[in-house]
Design a protein around this ligand. Structure first.
Ligand code: AHR
Length: 498
């Protein structure tokens, strides 16, 4: 039987905010060093930024970039990272047990943002530090001039203020692994006071409070409620983090990961709105899903490294076609909640659980997960339409009965164009799809691109960087106001209509 849904432009969820297509650069492994930044590489510009990587970042369509962590930010000393390179101190990074040279710092990051057109999303250290250092970093970055800190920035070569709007108030402060880990009450108060002080410098900042580092944390939901009760008036966003992996060979459950992600989002929305009701306020808190991806956390690092190395190979997951299909489904989950998830960051951007890989001194290439992100960022713009799927189901150990089809649709209200993103979760069978187009004007198929492979383990590597790429589907038609397509087994699909 076919999976079906109806599209009607009268039934929308919300506008897709450009920040939904954000990513994340942490001082972790080779994300920065030999990833984004590699002086001496044949493709590096005068600033040491790899132009081959920047080209791929632009093609990926990343809008915002979170920086400098992650767990790294909880020991971050921003002042070590600015000024003459030869004077910057070398430090231990406790989060990843590596050595940080600070050769790439705040100014280099802002240069990277300017050259790629990405908006910076800066994080302040609320692990080992507090209000004072957050204020200093903000003043150094955003104050036009005439104070010691802003003049220091100017002396460092940045005449214009950086104008950073969006700031994360720490990272995963609920996690016992975090340097300076806190209870919800401790963190809620610190986040509120840091935010309040930062707004004294610049009232129009957009501030993100840390939510739970995973929905499975023992303090999940209580953490969000306590933090928001303390900081509700001072912040705009609460963060969500989620990573998925195939566990014990249970691929059927892995393919349904987005069920968990959607449940997580809905639980955080409910928690935010519960606090809103208790505080009797009209203001709504939105969600910043600022870490999401497939990540094989349980697998040992194939490149075992000693502690305190500089830019070792860490978290260099190589993604399969199956991973890309799950990844695409996670993107669909974000889009389906675009009314409240108004910012998101794919963790991370280069080499570290990333869509872009590099070899030191060598090439850069696209992982399988690159393609769903690039397509969604390019065409998943406009307004998300409500999609109520009527689909055959399959049984999973973790989530029970799950629809084989996971889908969303986005319309451009000016042109009437519609783009459908759809995943077939079946490992073995093609899924016929019928979309009733009665409520939209787009009735011509522009293209139907598919990411699928006869080998679900296929991946792109240094030796075979273009092994997996999207291909065009055949036989997708519209007749009598109904679109009919066949979704290949275990596939990510983008169908564009005009
Ligand atoms: O993205 C990798 C790590 O995952 C981040 O540093 C941390 O915030 C999360 O636990």
């Amino acid at each position: 039987t076919a999976a079906r849904f109806t599209l009607d432009s009268a039934f929308g969820i919300g506008a897709v905010q450009p920040r939904l297509y954000g990513s994340f650069v942490e001082h972790l492994g080779r994300c920065v060093y030999t990833g984004v930044y590699e002086p001496g590489h044949p493709a590096a510009d005068a600033a040491g930024l790899r132009q081959d990587v920047l080209e791929l970042v632009r093609e990926l369509g990343v809008t915002t970039v979170r920086y400098p962590g992650g767990n790294f930010v909880s020991g971050y000393r921003w002042e070590d990272t600015v000024g003459p390179r030869e004077e910057r101190p070398v430090r231990l990074d406790l989060a990843w047990k590596t050595t940080e040279t600070n050769e790439f710092g705040l100014g280099e990051f802002m240069d990277f943002c300017a050259k790629t057109g990405m908006e910076p999303m800066m994080a302040v250290n609320l692990g080992t530090r507090g209000v004072e250092e957050a204020l200093q970093l903000l003043e150094y970055s955003n104050h036009p001039g005439g104070t010691e800190l802003s003049d220091r920035r100017i002396a460092h070569g940045a005449k214009q203020p950086y104008g950073i709007r969006m700031w994360c108030l720490g990272n995963e402060m609920d996690g016992p692994w975090q340097t300076g880990h806190k209870t919800a009450a401790e963190y809620g108060r610190l986040a509120a006071e840091t935010a309040r002080a930062m707004r004294m410098i610049q009232p129009d900042l957009e501030l993100v409070a840390c939510g739970s580092s995973a929905s499975g944390m023992p303090t999940f939901a209580a953490w969000e409620a306590t933090v928001l009760e303390a900081a509700y008036d001072q912040v705009d966003y609460i963060s969500l983090h989620a990573y998925y992996e195939e566990i014990d060979g249970d691929r059927d459950s892995f393919l349904a990961s987005a069920v968990d992600m959607e449940h997580f989002i809905e639980s955080v929305v409910a928690t935010c709105d519960h606090v809103r009701a208790r505080l009797k306020t009209q203001k709504r808190i939105n969600l910043s899903f600022d870490e999401w991806n497939v990540w094989y956390q349980k697998r040992p690092n194939p490149h075992r490294v000693e502690d305190w190395q500089q830019a070792p190979r860490l978290l260099e997951d190589v993604y399969t076609v199956t991973d890309a299909v799950v990844f695409g489904s996670l993107l669909i989950a974000l889009l389906r909640h675009a009314d409240r998830v108004t910012a998101a960051s794919l963790a991370q951007l280069v080499n570290v659980i990333a869509p872009i890989m590099t070899e030191p001194g060598g090439p850069a290439w696209r992982q399988t997960t690159f393609f769903p992100f690039a397509q969604a960022s390019r065409y998943g713009r406009g307004r998300v339409l409500r999609v109520e799927v009527d689909s055959p189901t399959y049984t999973t150990a973790r989530f029970g009965e799950v629809p084989l089809l996971h889908a969303t649709a986005v319309t451009d209200d000016e042109t009437g164009d519609v783009t459908v993103f759809a995943v077939n979760r079946s490992q073995s069978a093609a899924l016929p799809l019928e979309i009733d187009l009665r409520g939209v004007e787009a009735h011509t198929v522009v293209e139907h691109l598919v990411l699928a492979d006869s080998d679900p383990e296929a991946r792109n590597t240094l030796d075979e960087p273009d092994r997996v790429t999207p291909h065009a589907a055949t036989g997708t038609t519209v007749a009598g106001g109904v679109l009919r397509a066949e979704l290949e087994p275990l596939s990510w699909n983008m169908i564009r209509l005009s």
